[in-house]
Design a protein around this ligand. Structure first.
Ligand code: DC
Length: 220
């Protein structure tokens, strides 16, 4: 019997990545981080100094690039053309430029095709912005994980500060606002709750609380 496929969408800082990872672990499912795929392509485009406004070039670049997600122990490793770039795709430079890659139609078509293939096998938790609306409209269960702007900014601030980065709350809020604007207003594949997605607001919930809630809804 084909195992279910779960779609999880939501804005940056909502906690969706942590939730998706833990839910996948608890179910023994594959965890598919689609944001990492856009980040990996952004890293490549920056490395080769591609023109980030040239849609045709970015499309060919996407089609000529191999991006793999490999589960290694409890964590996910991201490979770009055969090389591990798990850490390199999290730099501020990549984060600030991913919007140019993510808004490009030809890139999205290529990414969505790969993501659908990954989801087809079932037994997967796929996380992103357009999973329930575009990538897997027939997913067995869909979740939209949200939280207030302020709490998303605080979480991001604490995460970066704990990682040793020199950040301010003001700076984080400015970056988050820019990311939200590009995520919500993108012409193709914008962040949007699917009509049949279950909304979970994590503002006042702990991660464990959200994970338990998602698991019980999947099993229901
Ligand atoms: O989840 P993340 O913050 O690592 O994602 C990085 C960027 O990739 C995000 O700002 C928007 C883009 N993205 C997207 O356009 N579609 C997805 N399914 C996932 C991410």
């Amino acid at each position: 019997m084909r195992r279910p496929v779960i779609a999880i969408d939501g804005p940056a800082g909502s906690g969706k990545s942590t939730v998706a990872k833990l839910v996948a672990q608890r179910l023994g499912f594959l965890y598919i981080d689609t944001g990492a795929m856009y980040r990996a392509l952004t890293l490549k485009a920056l490395r080769i100094k591609a023109d980030l406004s040239d849609e045709a070039k970015l499309g060919s670049l996407a089609r000529a690039t191999e991006i793999e997600l490999k589960q290694s122990g409890g964590s996910l490793k991201i490979y770009l053309d055969g090389k591990d770039v798990t850490d390199q795709i999290r730099t501020p430079e990549v984060t600030n430029n991913v919007k140019y890659i993510a808004r490009t139609k030809a890139v999205r078509e290529c990414m969505v095709a790969i993501q659908r293939k990954l989801g087809e096998q079932g037994g997967a938790v796929m996380e992103g912005r357009d999973i329930g609306t575009v990538v897997l409209p027939n997913a067995d269960k869909k979740f939209y994980i949200d939280a207030s702007f302020d709490i998303r900014a605080v979480r991001r601030y604490e995460e970066l500060k704990d990682g040793g980065a020199a950040v301010t709350e003001e700076g984080i809020k400015k970056d988050l606002k820019v990311r939200d604007e590009s995520d919500f207003s993108r012409a193709i594949g914008p962040l949007k709750k699917a009509d049949d997605a279950i909304l979970i607001d994590t503002t006042d919930l702990t991660i464990e609380g959200v994970v338990d809630k998602v698991l019980s809804l999947i099993k229901a």
